[in-house]
Design a protein around this ligand. Structure first.
Ligand code: PNS
Length: 200
């Protein structure tokens, strides 16, 4: 009888298994369906989360087994929302997605990805203007960890002009962000901005 190790399908799968091991993707050792679980990190500032971010999270959740939305704790920036507030909003917006979780990180992204056994970093590209910055980051991350792949995905076209920075600006100037952020985020933005105005 043919052993599992010499089964033609396993032989055919060997190059894939070797590649997966090189990429630090966990694979089943026994013959049968090749089980690999790919974790990806979706890092960002998310100040605040927009519908463009959520669009990308949904796309990523369909491709990866596990998607970790990682909020950068950046002491050099003066954010509108604290990390805890951003986390709370992201958790509320992703609670229906079983393979998505929200976390925080500081320091190098490659170190965080390594600790979480992630094989990929997910980033969104909206327009060609994003490309240069994203390419720089992807190449720097590849230099720091050649095994970590950056995967770019495009959000829906209707979000191609959307950014957290513009959302903050529009709300501060009294404009509507309906359809650009979830209602919960819009409410929080309004009370944050009104609070700031009142305390001035
Ligand atoms: O939403 P943002 O602000 O465009 O996200 C930028 C982020 C968090 C992805 C980037 O600043 C980052 O990865 N920072 C971690 C520090 C790091 O690893 N720097 C070196 C590689 S670029």
């Amino acid at each position: 009888m043919e052993s599992a190790a010499s089964h033609p399908k396993r032989q055919a799968a060997l190059p894939l298994l070797e590649r997966a091991q090189g990429l630090k993707i966990k694979v089943s050792d026994s013959f049968g369906p090749i089980l690999k679980r790919v974790t990806a990190i979706y890092p960002g500032s998310f100040d605040p989360v927009t519908n463009g971010h959520l669009d990308l999270i949904h796309r990523g959740a369909k491709i990866f087994d596990e998607l970790v939305v990682a909020i950068l704790r950046n002491p050099e920036k003066d954010p509108l929302f604290s990390v805890a507030e951003r986390r709370e909003m992201l958790e509320a917006m992703t609670k229906e997605l079983p393979n998505v979780r929200v976390d925080e990180f500081q320091g190098l992204l490659v170190d965080y990805a390594h600790t979480h056994h992630a094989a990929a970093v997910l980033r969104g590209i909206r327009a060609i203007s994003d490309y240069e910055y994203e390419l720089q980051m992807a190449m720097m991350n590849r230099k720091l960890d050649p095994n970590l792949e950056t995967i770019f995905m495009m959000p829906a076209e209707k979000y191609s002009y959307l950014s957290s920075r513009l959302v903050r600006e529009v709300v501060k100037l009294g404009g509507s962000v309906d359809g650009l952020v979830p209602p919960m985020v819009a409410e929080r933005l309004l009370s944050k901005v009104n609070g700031v105005t009142r305390s001035k």
